[in-house]
Unconditional design. Structure first.
Length: 663
């Protein structure tokens, strides 16, 4: 197991080891100093004693020391190391004693002066010397006891020890201070700054003196820079739309939720602007997704340029954008911003030498009037945006309660359409077409009806436009084809097998890439000449070349073609020239105008053009005998309308075929 310690503990350990080392040095130094002092004292004592011995050898007299007393007193007084001097004769009688205060004096403890080097000078307090004298020819000795001043010796040792201790502690303090200062400045403080930098990511430390520590600092700096960059990238990935750089839907919802809480507290308003680019799908499909992406990127930047820094812009998917205006004071302020956004978006874009002009449909919802939470606000802004599209696109629309009711009705109707298809609530009604010359029904137009078990019969005017909006018309259109085919099959080998059924195809159905395949599949068991495909001019709005190709494929399959609502568009005549129609249908609006000379002239001109082009003519919406008579006079081929019959269910239509006077 590996252990680790803090810088503080490591520093204390270093100081502790340093103290031990210095103490060891001091101990050795103190021992050496004491030994040196001892040697000096030994030399000094030897010198003093030998000088005294030399003096005594020359001046002491037998049984008389009075001549040297003054000198001995002087030696004792002047020489601090000698505390007392005592001279005994051979009979151990005291001849001289400097001080009478000598206590606990034991002659046995006295050491001969020549043995001074063999003893501890600090533990010996008495030394002896012998002076040789003669009485006559008989030699004898005086013994001189030299009492050493232990107090003086101890003071010398104490002073020296005290001095050494002062020097030791001073040295220790200085060394520790310098060591700690050096260690702190060069190692501890840099490491602590590195620790704080690594833990808190605080301010980047300056370069360090120690190369290894500087290497760690540089590595940490590079690591954090890389981490910050990665964090920034991760944050952008989680909060930003990768294509446009605007906020994504999740971040937008979070910001709106926060605004709802804040504005509810301050009782202020804010606005949600929902934008959807007009006809973007056409650009994307015709020019490719690469160009489409660039259009979205340029549009995003134009939106950012149109709003302030406090406003929020987000792309929530496809070509849908949302702008949040956190601080608004009036509706006029919102309108000014909407006009600026509209102007910016319409700025021409040039991509790959192609000029694009983008428009957008915009819906606006206000907090708290139009919603008190994010889901309600976004839903209502979306509703307002779709209303703007319905009103002609390239415009903006504020959400209202009536608009909400309208949308709720559409949602209810959409659900009803799905339910009706699942439970077979739809049925076809057939409106007869009358041959004016024979006054017989030769064909009919199949018209969809919804018979709900609770709501009864629902007119197509109530649901066809809704089915168009949500593309349900494609699935519903295929049901109409299959039901018409079933009806054709049911009339085979009956008196009605000659009746041709006309089927309307919508713009949405033409956009379905499976149209030709489905038509071929659904009608493979019948004579396709028994079905007529009716088209309106709106089919050719987007890409006439592509639509012409589809129409020729329909013609190749064996269906006849009719141009419905002829005269209501701008290019009807050009369509007659380039598309192989069999029939044109004069719109009811012109039949209603037959009471005027201009109306009659216009219908007569259409009939003549049809005759020249060898096309059959069907007049729609004929309701009076006068209208029929005029159509007969100008040799119109066929009519349909309430003059003959309203659209009828199949059984009632068959009864009409059997009983009416035209048969």
């Amino acid at each position: 197991m590996k252990y680790s310690i803090s810088i503080k503990v490591f520093s204390i350990s270093i100081v502790f080891l340093l103290l031990i080392a210095l103490s060891f040095v001091f101990f050795n130094f103190h021992t050496t100093s004491k030994k040196n002092i001892e040697e000096l004292l030994e030399s000094h004592i030897q010198t003093s004693v030998l000088n005294l011995k030399h003096y005594l050898d020359k001046n002491v007299k037998v049984d008389n020391v009075s001549d040297i007393v003054s000198h001995l007193d002087t030696i004792t007084s002047v020489n601090s190391i000698i505390a007392n001097i005592k001279i005994d004769n051979e009979k151990h009688e005291t001849l001289y004693l400097h001080s009478r205060t000598l206590k606990n004096f034991d002659k046995k403890e006295c050491v001969p002066i020549f043995e001074i080097s063999q003893t501890n000078v600090f533990s010996n307090s008495c030394y002896t010397i012998h002076t040789k004298l003669y009485r006559g020819l008989t030699p004898f000795y005086y013994t001189t006891y030299i009492i050493i001043s232990q107090k003086y010796l101890n003071s010398l040792l104490h002073n020296q020890t005290q001095k050494l201790f002062l020097e030791y502690f001073a040295t220790i303090f200085i060394l520790l201070f310098l060591t700690w200062l050096t260690f702190s400045q060069i190692i501890k403080n840099p490491l602590e700054r590195l620790r704080q930098f690594a833990y808190y990511e605080s301010k980047i430390p300056h370069r360090f003196f120690i190369q290894e520590i500087e290497s760690i600092r540089h590595s940490l700096e590079m690591t954090f820079k890389r981490l910050h960059q990665e964090q920034k990238e991760l944050y952008n990935l989680s909060t930003r739309d990768q294509l446009s750089g605007l906020y994504n839907k999740r971040t937008l919802i979070e910001k709106i939720e926060w605004l709802c809480i804040e504005k509810k507290r301050t009782k202020e308003n804010f606005a949600i602007i929902f934008l959807d680019l007009d006809n973007f799908k056409t650009v994307n499909d015709s020019m490719g997704h690469n160009i489409g992406d660039k259009v979205l990127q340029e549009t995003s930047q134009l939106l950012v340029n149109a709003i302030s820094k406090n406003d929020i812009a987000a792309r929530i998917g496809g070509d849908e954008f949302v702008i949040v205006l956190p601080n608004i004071e009036s509706d006029m302020q919102i309108i000014e911003i909407l006009d600026k956004v509209k102007k910016n978006i319409q700025y021409p874009l040039i991509l790959q030498s192609v000029k694009y002009t983008i428009t957008a449909s915009v819906g606006v919802a206000l907090f708290p009037k139009d919603g008190k939470d994010v889901n309600e606000l976004l839903k209502n802004a979306d509703i307002a945006m779709y209303k703007s599209k319905e009103l002609g696109k390239n415009n903006y629309h504020f959400f209202t309660e009536s608009l909400n009711n309208e949308i709720q009705y559409k949602v209810t109707m959409q659900n009803m359409l799905i339910e009706a298809l699942e439970h077979n609530f739809f049925e076809l009604h057939y409106q007869p077409k009358i041959d004016i010359r024979t006054q017989k029904v030769y064909a009919c137009e199949a018209l969809i009806r919804l018979r709900h078990p609770k709501k009864g019969l629902i007119s197509p005017h109530e649901f066809i436009s809704i089915a168009e909006e949500n593309n349900f018309i494609i699935e519903l259109g295929y049901w109409i084809i299959k039901e018409s085919v079933r009806q054709v099959k049911s009339w085979i080998h009956t008196p009605f097998e000659h009746i041709k059924i006309s089927i309307n195809l919508s713009v949405k159905q033409f956009e379905d890439p499976n149209l030709i395949k489905k038509l071929s599949e659904f009608t493979q068991d019948i004579n396709r000449a028994s079905l007529d495909i009716e088209l309106t001019e709106s089919v050719f709005v987007n890409s006439i070349e592509h639509q012409q190709e589809i129409i020729h494929q329909i013609k190749t399959l064996g269906f006849s073609l009719s141009l419905d609502d002829f005269g209501t568009g701008y290019s009807s005549l050009s369509y007659l020239k380039n598309i192989p129609f069999n029939t044109i249908k004069i719109d009811k609006a012109f039949i209603d105008d037959l009471g005027t000379s201009n109306g009659q002239a216009f219908v007569k001109m259409i009939v003549k053009i049809a005759k020249i082009l060898n096309l059959e003519v069907v007049a729609e919406g004929v309701e009076t005998i006068e209208q029929e008579e005029y159509l007969t006079s100008i040799e119109c081929d066929t009519y349909q309308g309430y003059l003959c019959s309203k659209p009828l269910p199949s059984k009632e239509f068959e009864v009409l075929l059997q009983t009416q006077e035209y048969l």
